[in-house]
Design a protein around this ligand. Structure first.
Ligand code: ATP
Ligand code: MG
Length: 388
């Protein structure tokens, strides 16, 4: 008897004609996520099966697999040589390992091996009876059972038996929605925003603006660390590090200080859009949440948004409370790094009273004191690209 892992996917089932493409993409992502383990992955009947791994690596494999977007659940299954008595024995063992108090169950048999003498329905009923004899508190529910006990009798004389489901992250396979560019600061919100969009199938790349020497080397390293944590969910990330010092100095010298943040954000977005165009990224993502700070009022968002010409901006956290964002940050493991002390370029030359309700007209007026195009082009040219 050996253990295998059965992986189930969710929404992909709804994909009709495109389903194959999504399945292949998910398979590829699964492969990448467990590339450090020796194991075999095959697709069987709308699922995936992970086999031939070292049993002492089971926990670590599960840990990796639960983070693959597109998978909704997994189960550890027992693989045995097909034999009726052995199946009965393992079916009971499977239920012994889990909490069955006040639960309902159903046995589902799939019999690909037609030489097995009992048909699927009859065999399910037979095993169901054995289960009831062993666990009198369990009840049968054929429509919405709490526990499903699967018996998969395959043609190669092997049978798989499993029941407990472990929840995976769900969502869509990373890459199935194309690529996006996450504006990644060192704060709590933006890594969570990237996680949320990757969950919907966007392959995430990141852009970080830094103002050395006003912001430290450590601030940049912190952002690299955050990107590294995100790769657990998103696969490799291209990180664009943009030198922002000169732009900030220019704004500081030439523009009204109340508009500092608005202008800064408008320039950041122009740079991000240019990088999207160059790399065929389809959207920019930020960690903004409505009303959280002065630059996240509807008016401020209107003023920053208005510079975008070719890609949409996505703000998955717009309706989230900080406490909810923190909860996700803790769950995905970015929180501890995000709260390390750091200075963001947004805090350099911070005005005493940033404007809460800026207008596009005034922002454009302030920008007329700068050579925006040159500043943007120079920053894009000097951008450093890291592969995390
Ligand atoms: P975060 O926790 O993500 O830093 P925040 O609440 O501090 O967000 P702001 O500083 O107003 O909010 O930034 C809003 C968004 O702008 C961030 O979520 C991030 O997407 C982007 N951003 C801010 N600073 C930078 C930076 N230095 N580089 C890249 N993106 C940035
Ligand atoms: Mg911030």
């Amino acid at each position: 008897m050996k253990k295998v892992i059965l992986l189930r996917y969710g929404e992909i089932h709804l994909k009709g004609k495109n389903r194959g493409t999504f399945e292949n993409m998910l398979m590829e992502n699964i492969r990448k996520s467990v590339k450090d383990f020796s194991c075999k992955i095959v697709r069987i009947a709308g699922r995936y099966l992970v086999t031939n791994f070292e049993e002492n690596q089971l926990e670590m494999l599960i840990e990796k697999l639960t983070k693959v977007f597109g998978l909704v659940s997994l189960s550890v299954a027992f693989e045995i040589e097909t034999n009726q008595e052995k199946i009965e024995e393992i079916a009971i063992l499977c239920l012994k390992n889990q909490n069955i108090l006040n639960k309902t169950f159903k046995v589902i048999t799939s019999r690909a091996d037609k030489t097995f003498p009992i048909n699927s329905d009859k065999f399910s009923a037979l095993i169901g009876e054995k289960v009831l004899n062993n666990f009198p508190s369990l009840k049968v529910d054929l429509h919405k059972p709490d526990i499903e006990l699967f018996i998969d009798i395959r043609e190669n004389k092997k049978t798989y038996i499993l029941s407990e489901k472990i929840k995976c992250v769900g969502g869509m396979p990373v890459g199935s929605a194309g690529q996006g560019l996450l504006m990644l600061s060192g704060g709590i919100d933006s890594p969570v925003a990237g996680y949320m969009m990757a969950k919907r199938g966007l392959k995430i790349n990141a852009i970080h603006f830094h103002s050395f020497p006003y912001t430290s080397v450590q601030a940049k390293e912190k952002v690299i660390k955050l990107a590294e944590i995100l790769t657990d969910f998103t696969g490799g990330i291209k990180l664009f590090v943009v030198p922002f010092t000169k732009i900030q100095e220019q704004i500081h010298i030439k523009c009204n200080e109340n508009y500092m943040i608005s202008i800064m954000r408008r320039i950041m977005i122009r740079i991000a859009e240019k990088i999207c165009e160059k790399n065929n990224f389809k959207t920019i993502i930020t960690g903004e949440s409505l009303g959280q700070v002065a630059s996240q009022t509807i008016e401020s968002i209107t003023v920053t948004n208005s510079v975008l010409k070719t890609v949409p901006m996505m703000r998955p956290l717009i309706a989230f409370d900080k406490t909810d964002i923190i909860e996700i940050a803790q769950k995905i493991g970015t929180f501890e790094t995000s709260i390390l002390p750091y200075e963001d370029c947004c805090t350099v030359f911070l005005p005493k009273s940033p404007i809460i309700k800026p207008t596009i007209k005034n922002a454009e007026k302030q920008e007329s004191f700068l050579d925006i195009e040159e500043l943007v082009n120079e920053a894009v040219e000097n951008t450093e690209i890291l592969r995390v």
